[in-house]
Design a protein around this ligand. Sequence first.
Ligand code: NIG
Ligand code: FE
Length: 415
Amino acid sequence: MQTIKYTFIGPIRQAVTMARLPLKGALKDEQLHVVQEAGILIKNEEIYEIGPYWDLYPEAQSIGAEMVNLKGDFVALPGLIDCHTHICFGGSRAKDYAMRNAGISYLEIAKAGGGIWDTVTQTRKASLEKLAQLTVNRSNRHLKDGITTIEVKSGYGLSVEEELKMLRAIKLANENTSADLITSCLAAHIPPKDFQGTQKDYLKKISEEVFPILQEEDLANRIDAFIEETAFTSEDIQSYFQKAKEMGFDITVHADQFRTGGSKVAVDFAAISADHLEASSEKEIQLLAESNTIAVALPGASMGLGVAYTPARKLLDAGASLAIASDWNPGSAPMGDLLTQASILGTFEKLTNAEVLAGITFRAAAALNLADRGQLKHGYIADLIFFPTDDYREITYQQGRLKPSIIYKNGIEIK
Ligand code: NIG
Ligand code: FE
């Protein structure tokens, strides 16, 4: 029988639970459920109770909880969730960044054979173990910033063997970091230059030879595709996504980054999320708002490319659910600082604290189809972060400068 361990943390100046909020639409700060002078009682890996510290104190004592006394003022939040990254990669694209800033566009670099293909070459050169180590290092950096769940995509392998190498590397990385890594297969990132056959032939091969192994080896249950001029068309992707759906995979889409089309595919396939959306117009915004597909803004990609932000305000006002992710990758989003990016998106798009924090907690959990995290609530995973401040508004106000100084993953403090 498993022994039961209770831990009682507090008093916490403010615990922002992110509970009791709607999944979709605009949010006001007044809607946030903030417990003042809070205590959090953890039972093994889960949150058992959250409430006023002195109300819970007698119970915590009587069940023999380990008392963790916080010295100073702290604001607690659920562990942050980054629902879109590409942190498994080899090499660097500092050269691309310099070229872009000298006036050559992302798509021009891609068309000239650089861009994503350059990272494919670097990633193919790296061993599985090396890629796993790089992924662990980047995950641990994220974890220090309070990001306890991280989605990680393949997509720099672009052949059956190389995609599987990446996916197995991410699985190995997951076993070697305290953060939870959620893997997505992005073999449909761009058509590989060295494949003999059409784009549809490539996608057919991946669906026949990679999809079954994803399930056999428990490598991923999410299928992603980049729908764009330099990647795959809406038409190319139909039978690929059809097959993925039939096999029970969740669908997610790189949509409307430079031109529209992707979000329609996402909604048609009832995708869990449609990510990017920088180019979405009123039509796509409406489509997403009427669907259950979570819209994911990637401000780090806008900052990395120097282009407009995802119309987050309009999406929320139309009634969509909005998550915010870093898109951390060597090309378009090299910074990888989720909290800074989400805060700055809030400044430019006029998002409330509630909307920004929802986008990196429970709405990001929904974008990963995870119902066990993203809120401070009974039964949820005890992923908790504590910011050294007495006012939750300081978090976005300091635009990412204020980081959490105490982090719990599955009820255990990460030192
Ligand atoms: O989400 N848009 C396509 N894929 C990535 C970029 C990957 C890269 O440039 O290496 C993105 O921005
Ligand atoms: Fe991406």
